[in-house]
Design a protein around this ligand. Structure first.
Ligand code: ADP
Ligand code: ADP
Length: 232
């Protein structure tokens, strides 16, 4: 589903150069939960931005669902972006919109008609267990509930891939568990491919099928979670 080949990213400022990614190779299969772990500065965000088509690689390629995406523009770029949903550490909800309206936003942008939006948002609220919070504003929701709204919003356009950027790092352990359980349910229900980046190794141990460990822009280890975490 996502194939990353010899991916390199060099940031050039006036005074210095940073090689954020060095020849990264990863193969993320359809329907798997893939975790990328590493300390701050390892290159995780840069990698996810290359997958999310926000950043263009210096060299190498990213293939999503069979399409080489690094040089897409215009309509093709928008079409591929619609295959990707994303959730964030700080949820990134609009504070002036209710839970319902936050989830509806990507559908409105895509030009979906009101009846369809209502059907879809109602279904998504149910999926994430927030039927009774449709009219609540983000300030009236707990962290876990906000992330549930974030997940529902990310799924609104029926993406094939869900990217999770430190999605549980702002949550307490119990809430983290419930969010990870929800991600696992969604993965099974829709055969959704999920890519998680985090500095918390326990998150990866909890739900990931495959793992890559990053350090200084390189993947220093990768494979099935069972193999990596049972090594002596
Ligand atoms: P992580 O997400 O693992 O913390 P990042 O991808 O954010 O790692 O950063 C990798 C390296 O690239 C770091 O040294 C960081 O300072 C640098 N970096 C990230 N974004 C930029 C940018 N826009 N301009 C210059 N350097 C950057
Ligand atoms: P219309 O334009 O025909 O009035 P709406 O989209 O305003 O249609 O409302 C249709 C249904 O969608 C409403 O009955 C309501 O249940 C639901 N709905 C619309 N907006 C919201 C919202 N912000 N929060 C919760 N439910 C909503």
């Amino acid at each position: 589903m996502i194939k990353i080949t010899n991916l390199t990213k060099l940031y050039k400022n006036k005074s210095n150069k940073v090689q954020a990614l060095k020849n990264v190779n990863l193969n993320i299969e359809k329907g798997e939960i893939f975790g990328i772990a590493g300390y701050s500065g390892a290159g995780k965000s840069t990698l996810i931005r290359c997958v999310n088509l926000i950043e263009r690689p210096t060299s190498g390629s990213v293939t999503i669902d069979g399409i080489e995406v690094s040089n897409l523009t215009g309509k093709e770029l928008r079409k591929t972006r619609q295959k990707i949903g994303m959730i964030f550490q700080h949820f990134n909800l609009l504070s002036s919109r209710t839970a319902y309206e936050n989830i509806a936003l990507p559908l409105e942008i895509a030009g979906v008609d009101k009846g369809e939006i209502n059907k879809k948002v109602t279904e998504l609220l149910k999926l994430v267990g927030l039927e009774d919070k449709a009219e609540s504003y983000p300030s009236q929701l707990s962290g876990g509930q906000k992330q549930r709204v974030g997940i529902a919003r990310a799924l609104a356009n029926d993406p094939k891939i869900l990217l999770c950027d430190e999605a549980t790092s702002a949550l307490d352990p119990d809430t983290t568990k419930s969010i990870l359980n929800l991600l696992q349910d969604i993965n099974e229900k829709y055969n959704l491919t999920i890519l998680i980046i985090t500095h918390e190794i326990k998150v990866i141990k909890e739900i990931c099928d495959s793992v890559a460990i990053m350090e200084s822009g390189k993947v220093i280890e990768s494979g099935k979670a069972l193999d990596i975490f049972t090594k002596p």
